[in-house]
Design a protein. Structure first.
Length: 193
């Protein structure tokens, strides 16, 4: 079973994933603030969890540290090198599966109670992604700039406001933006119907 630590502590599996990411030269892992949010949301998830964009598994590790023992967590990474690092770190964690491939390949495992789309293309809301979310299920979108700060384009050149607005205006979904650091926000969105 994955160790559960008080919110101020870093779970062992997260520390191991961070160390592995650093050794692999991966610099885009989620922050501790986002990780703690993922952990809280995973703890409340009564159904399957999906992460789209594993990297080296830091976000996955945060969710694994919070999820219920009987909850399945499937994560997908397109880059085989980083996916292999994540598998090495998370391979013995019960209920966690690391898939190497395109993020859309995981959607067939739904519907999901929690989805963390964290790779290029996955954050833009499409019907396939929306349909993979269970009614009452949650989506968390990180790496957003708070409303009062200038909004840079993300790595793929897409305006982050477009991502925010596509989720907040989607019929059948309701969401809110939460500040995770003074410079970074996340959306928590729920499927209503």
């Amino acid at each position: 079973m994955t160790e559960r630590a008080p919110s101020g502590e870093i779970p062992q599996v997260v520390a191991a994933a961070r160390e592995a990411a650093s050794a692999a030269g991966f610099t885009r892992s989620c922050t501790d603030e986002v990780g703690r949010l993922l952990r809280v949301l995973a703890a409340g998830s009564a159904g399957p969890i999906a992460e789209l964009g594993t990297g080296c598994g830091v976000g996955t590790a945060w969710m694994a540290a919070g999820k219920r023992p009987d909850t399945r967590l499937v994560t997908v990474e397109a880059d085989a090198r980083y996916g292999a690092v994540a598998r090495d770190v998370l391979g013995d964690v019960p209920g966690v599966e690391v898939v190497i491939g395109d993020w859309s390949s995981v959607l067939r495992h739904g519907p999901f109670a929690l989805v963390f789309p964290d790779c290029a293309g996955a954050k833009e809301l499409g019907d396939d992604l929306a349909d993979s979310i269970a009614v009452g299920g949650l989506v968390i979108i990180d790496d957003l700039t708070p409303a009062w700060l200038p909004r840079p384009a993300d790595r793929a050149g897409k305006d982050r406001d477009e991502v925010r607005e596509s989720w907040l205006r989607r019929p059948g979904f309701a969401g809110t933006e939460v500040l995770v650091t003074p410079e970074s926000a996340a959306l928590i969105v729920s499927r209503l119907a």
